[in-house]
Design a protein around this ligand. Structure first.
Ligand code: 5AD
Ligand code: SF4
Length: 474
């Protein structure tokens, strides 16, 4: 640990784990394999790139099939109950595999085990799990890996390796990462969240908000650019409060200005913006930028001012509408997407009408719509008037239909235009096509081959298919 709050010395553990992995590979006559299964958000996806980076630095190679790998890691999410159930489903399907292959290592990390009841359930119901660690212990992974590898000779129960901290002010720096894409990367700019929205478990499992220093962020993006990355996604639960608590005097808009200067970076995205902290300075920086993408994800959650207050969101329906329209006025080609929760305690028909009204006025280009999920320990979990599931489902269907209709109409406005596409991959269903994204985050499929991957090319958006386009390269 250095004198600031960053922790930088993982290399010795990686070397030690590497020696063990090499010796075991030699004894087995084949390379040892890993599989990382990731649930949840972009933060988790980025954390998994770090887990993978460490594993590959130790000599493991990737195995596609979870049940065949020598080491399986589940990087979990617990934002809604269905995320929890996904983990339990995967663990359940490994019971028999692990019985046959005692030396397989199974690890669970991320948000779910930060929650005490979930942790106990994993320990008690899935006793074959070898390693459990929390969101604050990602930087410990090389050390934990050494521990789990060196206890493998001792078979049987009682040897669970586990490390869960409730909170930390440490910031992970310099863990190796293996990117899922060569040309784009997530970059953490801050960790944790202090907002305590009444329904949300994130502040409890990701800890208090802490920003990385701008020099560390810029240095990371410069090295990504040198390594061929053209698009970065700046990640934080609430990027608009970036900089709070740092010694330096910097805002999120200021950070964007710095990132914009980095040669080689052609597209800058960020996620997620809390409406309460979105500044005019940010709108200004976006309006003048040639690199910041024409997309903002601005979670509304509900259109009802009464529910927004109960949710602890710190804005009203009208403040949200005014903000969204101000953004549209300053940046006319921007796409605004959102998150909506349906079935929050006490939600009435009138509240749903308010949500539909905001959708009409803001004309969202896309929305993630979720049925409220009760998370134990949150304020909303103990509120009276929990909405019956059938009512929530009916309202969910109404809202979903509305957002889909509006976002299809929004997307069709670009039909016939020529726009730049960053090509991401060969289309998974039809290999004569490639798939990429517009600056506004919409997907485009068009005829092309793997040589286009990572390139930004002009494409005519010939046909809008609702949520995506079929295009022709110009
Ligand atoms: N139930 C349903 N949706 C939730 N979200 C967060 N907590 C819950 C919950 N308990 C949604 C919010 C947030 C997104 C990441 O997940 O819409 O913006
Ligand atoms: Fe959860 Fe609210 Fe923090 Fe987003 S801002 S992570 S919804 S508490």
């Amino acid at each position: 640990m250095t004198e600031d709050n960053t922790y930088k010395d993982h290399s010795e553990y990686i070397e030690e784990a590497g020696r063990i992995v090499r010796a075991r590979s030699k004894a087995a006559g084949r390379r040892l394999t890993y599989h990382v299964t990731t649930f949840g958000c972009q933060m988790n996806a980025r954390d998994s790139e770090k887990l993978t980076g460490v594993l590959e630095a130790c000599g493991y190679v990737h195995e596609d099939d979870e049940s065949l790998a020598d080491l399986v890691i589940f990087n979990t999410c617990t934002i809604r109950d269905n995320a929890d159930q996904k983990l339990y489903g995967h663990l359940g399907s490994l019971v028999n595999v692990k019985r046959r292959r005692e030396d397989m290592i199974i690890a669970v990390c991320g948000c779910l085990p930060q929650e005490k009841t979930a942790y106990d359930r994993i320990v008690n119901s899935y006793q074959f799990v070898d390693l459990i660690f929390g969101t604050h212990n990602l930087f410990d992974f090389p050390e934990l890996l050494v521990k789990v590898l060196t206890r493998q000779d001792v078979k049987g129960r009682g040897h669970l390796i586990s490390e869960i901290w409730e909170d930390t002010d440490r910031i992970v720096e310099d863990l190796p990462a293996k990117r899922n894409y060569s040309f784009k990367s997530g970059v953490n700019i801050m960790f944790g969240c202090n907002n305590y929205c009444s329904y949300c478990i994130v502040p409890y499992v990701r800890g208090r908000e802490r920003s990385r220093s701008s020099s560390d962020i810029i240095a990371e993006i410069e090295s990504l650019a040198a390594d061929g990355v053209v698009e970065v996604m700046l990640l934080g639960q609430n990027v608009n409060s970036y900089g709070r608590g740092l010694d330096e005097d910097i805002t999120f808009a200021g950070l964007l200005r710095e990132v914009e200067k980095i040669d080689g970076i052609e597209r800058i995205r960020f996620m997620t913006s809390h409406p309460k902290d979105l500044s005019d300075e940010l709108i200004d920086v976006m309006a003048h930028s040639g690199k910041i993408c024409r997309h903002i994800h601005l979670p509304l959650q509900s259109g009802s001012s009464r529910l927004l207050e109960s949710m602890n969101r710190h804005y009203t329906k009208q403040q949200y509408i005014d903000l969204a329209l101000r953004i549209r006025e300053r940046i006319p080609d921007i796409a605004i997407t959102t998150d909506l929760i349906i079935g929050y305690p006490g939600e009435t028909e009138e509240d749903i009408e308010d949500t539909l009204d905001v959708i009409d006025k803001v004309r969202f280009d896309g929305a993630f719509t979720f049925i409220y999920s009760k998370r134990s320990g949150t304020k909303a979990a103990s509120m009276p008037d929990q909405v019956p599931e059938d009512v929530a489902r009916k309202n969910f269907a109404t809202v979903l239909e509305k957002v889909q209709q509006v976002s299809c109409e929004q997307a069709s406005m670009n039909e016939g235009k020529v726009m730049d596409v960053l090509v991401e991959e060969v289309n998974r269903q039809d290999s004569s096509l490639v798939t990429g994204r517009l600056s506004n985050n919409l997907t485009v499929h068009f005829p092309g081959d793997a040589s286009l991957i990572g390139k930004i090319v002009p494409v005519k958006l010939a046909e809008c298919k609702g949520f995506y386009y079929i295009g022709e390269k110009m």
